[in-house]
Design a protein around this ligand. Structure first.
Ligand code: E4P
Length: 223
């Protein structure tokens, strides 16, 4: 399973890259808004420049989301975003207008990440529209007392049935168990917040075991 980092924060992306586990990056308008220091003066050009900086750091795919609602606008913006770097993947929402844009953009060779996917029916449409990735939002489903991972399981099953090449990218991850469950189901990608990447490392028995080894290592004398 590939690990993407779910952030627009350059320092977090560099840190994940240094760990050697980074296969790509996903952003969305909310994640971009978090890193903007002067909201009154942040332009569309600044947004594109920021995506370009992410692409310079990360070696893999970088999802950049459209901020428009009609198919025509999404197509124009998608082409513009894709021109930033070969690694840019254009994120379009799973709406009727989004579907039209996805079909058009994927038909012209631009990779698409179908976002805001909350049902297997939407995932089927994403695959039929030629999306490279489909993003089921597990955390947001869990938030409304619905089993987010059940959706991932359904999508993986459906895509296997028809050998759809669209990769299942598990999004809206909240904790390490989401990552483990995504891997058990066989999802292609998990996009993980930086904090959760850190939590994946942690185990109390590793900490206590290491302390004991370090204490016992004191018997090994220099020389
Ligand atoms: C990534 O592609 C998604 O936009 C992101 O994972 C959504 O996460 P959230 O539900 O925590 O906002």
């Amino acid at each position: 399973m590939k690990f993407f980092i779910d952030t627009a924060d350059l320092e977090e992306i560099k840190a994940a890259k240094d760990l050697g586990v980074l296969d790509g990056v996903t952003t969305n308008p909310s994640l971009v808004a978090k890193i903007v220091q002067d909201p009154d003066n942040f332009t569309y050009k600044d947004f594109k420049d920021h995506i370009a900086r992410i692409c310079e750091i990360a070696d893999g795919p970088v999802s950049a989301e459209v901020t428009t609602l009609t198919a025509g606008e999404m197509i124009a913006q998608g082409e513009d975003l894709a021109s930033i770097d070969d690694n840019v993947v254009v994120k379009c929402p799973l709406t009727l207008e989004g579907l039209k844009a996805m079909r058009h953009l994927s038909g012209s060779g631009i990779r698409i990440n179908a976002t805001l996917v909350f049902s297997p029916a939407q995932a089927i449409l994403a695959a039929k529209a030629g999306a490279a990735y489909v993003s089921p939002f597990v955390g947001r489903l869990d938030d409304i007392s619905t089993e987010g991972m059940a959706l991932v399981e359904q999508i993986v099953g459906i895509y296997d049935n028809y050998r759809f090449p669209t990769e299942v990218l598990v999004a809206s991850i909240r904790h390490p168990q989401h990552v483990v469950e995504a891997a058990l189901i066989g999802a292609d990608v998990a996009t993980i917040p930086y904090k959760v990447i850190g939590q994946l490392v942690k185990h109390p028995l590793t900490d206590t075991g290491l302390k004991r080894f370090m204490d016992d290592a004191a018997v090994i004398r220099n020389g």
